[in-house]
Write a protein that binds this ligand. Structure first.
Ligand SMILES: O=C(O)Cc1cc(O)ccc1O
Ligand SMILES: [Fe+2]
Length: 451
């Protein structure tokens, strides 16, 4: 279990000790968990009266008629509909939704940003969210947004859910705790968390200040990618994903609940904590994953394969093989390819590539792409190793080499990503980024012959 005590009065389901303490292992499993003995009805979902005077409520994350429906049955102290005020619109001007396209902002280009700093401001999960790019359309549930979060303060009697999106959270600095309706997730750098659409939570700072990246997925949920010829093992293994166990509080304190809905934010008042689910069962749940358990496969003789071999999670778009979002991890690994230019090649891609550096140095960009920083190589715009990386890799001694001190990721989407005004005007954009290719020289010599 976590070294940090839960908020006073919160009770959590027991779980087996060991590496999964506080969590249940597996991806997309049908879980069941109860924080009070006998709170979960057995053999049925809707008894006439639930034990302990609980209310049964279903949270559906897929359409009722989905091929494999994802839903969770919650047994809670009060149904979610019991809040005490109508919804009223509020403004969170830096959390944007697609389409967020401005005539005076150009997204066509290669962009890179230094890390964004929180400064002296007090920022929560809601006020500290800074949208960098948006793609697709939140209203038709296609596309995504990328954000940087800067969090210095815990939400106390303040709760949130997004009806628009599933959130993939990639911490880069500090430690956060997500207290959700379905239990508690603690996440630190080199881990990720997935918060499903519609799930209520609040975010506490365990060690601040906190910074990280968020991919807001408007479309179909993230899945494990098709493995094809790789077979049943390696890449992200299902048992390394960890869902929360039930945890609830019976807390009667005036609170606010903010909802993100069609790109708007609305607030309602609630006289109790909505984190009152005593028991649940189902396959729609928040989970976390330790990126250090990702087992990379790669080139063991020659050439540099497409980065799809490093896909951790993929959110389908409806068009087979063309993801709404691929979440791709570039972690430490051995490089052994013979007679090969080993870093990423120069390329243009129909998918749009938003990258973030979690720690260390990325092989194609030894300088300038720093931990906490981001870059964007948009649809069909050329990019690749900078001049320093090209020269080094073209002349390197090609023995087995361990690429160490490196962890970066990519949110890759089939849609063009549009810069927000914040990304274009406020965030620390590197004006000289494209100069990193400037000194690439002509080497062509038509008389040199073949090697
Ligand atoms: O552009 C990048 O650095 C990301 C990337 C990495 C890689 O190994 C191959 C293709 C690709 O887009
Ligand atoms: Fe790329």
């Amino acid at each position: 279990m976590s070294e940090y005590p839960l908020r006073d009065g919160m009770r959590r389901a027991p779980s087996t000790p060991g590496p999964h303490a506080g969590y249940m292992p597996g991806f997309g499993n049908d879980f069941e968990t109860e924080a009070l003995d006998g709170a979960l009805p057995q053999g049925m979902n809707s008894p006439q009266k639930c034990n302990y005077g609980l209310y049964g409520e279903q949270l559906s994350g897929t359409a009722f008629t989905a091929h494999i429906p994802e839903r969770t049955w919650c047994y809670r102290i009060r149904p979610s509909v019991k809040h005490s005020a109508r919804y009223s619109r509020i403004d969170l001007p830096l959390w944007r939704s697609a389409p967020d396209i401005h005539a005076d902002v150009t997204s066509l280009g290669q962009y890179r940003w230094d890390p964004i700093e929180a400064g002296a401001q007090d920022l929560t999960w809601l006020t500290g969210m800074r949208t960098m790019t948006t793609a697709g359309d939140v209203n038709t549930q296609v596309g995504m947004a990328s954000h940087v979060y800067l969090v210095t303060q815990s939400m106390v009697d303040e709760y949130f859910y997004s009806a628009d999106s599933e959130l993939l959270v990639v911490p880069q600095q500090g430690r956060l705790r997500f207290y959700t309706e379905l239990g508690v997730l603690d996440v630190a750098p080199q881990e990720i968390a997935i918060i499903p659409r519609g799930l209520v939570y609040r975010v506490e700072v365990l060690a601040g200040p906190c910074r990280g990246f968020v991919c807001e997925n408007y479309g179909q949920k993230f899945e494990l990618p098709a493995r094809g010829p790789i077979g049943a093992n390696a890449m992200a293994n299902p048992r390394d994903f960890k869902a929360s166990v039930a945890a609830f509080e019976d807390r009667e304190v005036a609170s606010t609940l903010t909802i993100k809905w069609c790109g708007q934010f609305h607030e309602t008042k609630i006289n109790q904590s909505p984190l009152d689910v005593v028991a649940w069962h189902g396959n729609y749940a928040p989970y976390k994953y330790d990126l250090r358990t990702y087992c990379p496969v790669g080139a063991i003789l020659f050439d540099h394969p497409d980065p799809s071999i490093f896909t951790v999670l993929s959110a389908p778009s409806g068009q087979e093989g063309t993801a709404n979002i691929d979440f791709v991890l570039f972690r430490d690994r051995w490089m052994v390819a013979e007679d090969t230019f080993r870093p990423p090649w120069y390329h243009k891609n129909i998918m749009s590539e938003l990258m973030g550096n979690i720690y260390g140095q990325y092989d194609a960009k030894p300088n300038g792409f720093v931990p906490g920083g981001m870059s964007l190589h948009n649809m069909m715009l050329p990019h690749g190793p900078d001049q320093v990386a090209f020269d080094k890799a073209s002349n390197a001694n090609l023995g087995p080499e361990k690429l160490e001190n490196t962890m970066s990721f990519m949110f890759e989407t089939r849609f063009p990503q549009h810069l927000t005004k914040f990304a274009a005007e406020t965030a620390p954009l590197q004006d000289d980024y494209i100069d990193c290719w400037d000194s690439i020289e002509k080497k062509f010599d038509g008389t040199a012959g073949v090697k």
